[in-house]
Design a protein around this ligand. Sequence first.
Ligand SMILES: *Cc1c(COP(=O)(O)O)cnc(C)c1O
Length: 359
Amino acid sequence: MDKRARNFASDNNAGICPEAWEALEAARHGHSPAYGNDSHTARACERFREIFETDCEVFFAFNGTAANSLALASLCHSYHSVICHELAHIETDECGAPEFYSGGSKILLAPGNHGRIPPDAVESIVHRRSDLHFPKPRVLSVTQATEVGTVYPPDALRELGAITHGLGLKMHMDGARFANAVASLGCAPKDITWRAGVDVLCFGGTKNGMMLGEAIIFFDKRLAAEFEYRCKQAGQLASKMRYLSAPWLGVLKDGAWLRHAAAANAAAARLEEGIRRLGAGTVVYPREANSVFVRWDDAVITGLYARGWTFYDFIAAGGCRLMCSWDTREEDIDAFLADLAEVSASGEDRSAEIPVMRH
Ligand SMILES: *Cc1c(COP(=O)(O)O)cnc(C)c1O
């Protein structure tokens, strides 16, 4: 078996799911108005309104960094600040794009167990300073599912939402893995978004099995005013918009998005169970979505890399991250576990001979 066929580096290493591909193919022929004035885009927006059971404004961007940054920029003036978890993607992995697009809004970091922001952290950060020399807190940004593969349950989000709005702030959700969170919680999408106080959601398509694309969904429609100008200025307005929006029609139809997310979550569950059964390493966060974080000796990491497996060993300061995707197969996991059993039994002697692969 080619081990490299399915790997554990990231869910953005996976290919395109059939539903997205077929929807793209179906939109291939003919002429359509440009810049989002086409019927595919209109229907995709309508599907989001149905799924969230509310009226909302929907926009499409090429990737998550743009979606998050532009959404935050639309909520902030340059003298505002955004509170997020210290491991949040907007802080650690977006090259300062949120600060750049907002014209200088500062990111304020909150600590919290398992990648989640505790409600009292929001209050203490907001109350820490109230003078005009400090950038005024304006937004709470939460990641669902979190960077360490946990989820916020609906009641935790409702509590955060109430505190956030009580303090006069807006709430943003980075949902690069929103589908995995919904599949994990088995809740209605509205229960972890607008009903909990989320004003704007960045809903990830890429890691759910699309070729590319994220949807920016404003539940508070007033906040979407002139957002299309922001997208255009940032180079995020697709002229052939239908090819960004049509794949959404495929994945949002008949629950494909949830099936793919549930498959990725189930793969991670199988992986975690296997690692625990072998007693090979320590699982470091509760596994609630499609990733497993494990602490291994260097010899084990080296041995796995030497056998062709890939995974990140630098994410979230917490061991190695094994990320499952919509297309991860049981045989991929079983082959990985078989190799893990061997490398963890074989001792440390080989580690000196093989260079450790870093990404
Ligand atoms: C992948 C990811 C994003 C988006 O990243 P891009 O590479 O810009 O598409 C945003 N937030 C989180 C938590 C992610 O994991």
